[in-house]
Design a protein around this ligand. Sequence first.
Ligand SMILES: [Zn+2]
Length: 316
Amino acid sequence: MFGVPVSDVPVLSRSLHDRVGIRRTDESWLHTAWHSPEAKVLLLSPAATTPVDEHDHLVLLSPREDLVRGSEGSIRVLLGEAGGVTFFALLAADDGLATSVGARWAGLREVAVGLDDLEVGLLTTAVALRAWHDRHTHCPACGSPTVVVHSGWARHCPVDGSDHFPRTDPAVIMLVTDDQQRCLLARSAAWPPGRLSVLAGFVEAGESAEAAVAREVREEVGIEVIDIRYVASQPHPFPSSLMLGFTARVAGDSTLCPDLDEIVDAGWFTREQVRAARDWGTEQQGGPSVMLRALPPKLSIARQMIDAWVADGGAH
Ligand SMILES: [Zn+2]
């Protein structure tokens, strides 16, 4: 389909490496792994871009290269192992590395869809850790600067002795249907007219994911939902979300009342209408409705859920 790999697993959820968490504090194992000719290093710039080749696949380096050895102040992360190779990430402290590597540098959003499963798992993990380190340099308890430990997987406060681990903030994303086989799509105030997606929102403190689904739908478009079912999850490290995908059905009145704050447009759409919008610009068959002309990018779990619903054509 349009040259894009088809998989049931959301793009950023794909992964093939073993994280070997038990090795993160094994200094002698780490020393050996780092000096092995088989080791590979994924460089990540302060802007979370990485070197890619002419086909937009990752350019991984050997730790022996001067470039990697001379990366003063960078954070070294043990990503894991696959196929006998140990993978590290180097979260560069400044742009010096970026200018000294002769490849094009690209970000996860730009290249993820074309990467193989091993590559996308490595890069997604590195990007998530980069975002966490960049935003969590100090102890949340006492405010002191923390130091990186556990091969980049934790930070330690030398003043009060506390350890801190990478944050993941749960968010829910939900495909809501009605009894006429239509799905609810809405436009966030930040998006251009014609671009619609499913509803989403953060899980609040002390709240279950299911309750967050019902609350967000009620707040954003003023309807009640039932039959809330978990579908799949996808990391969304921009900077630290985990998207939890759900389906749900409208209960009672399906009249949509967008809150006009977060949501400015909302409507019920048939599979034919969604298919027309999705294929617009690629197949030029039919024509999209005025309100729905573009869907979220293939990278997103939103798009994966919409595509799955269109392909399903069944009862839901
Ligand atoms: Zn502290």
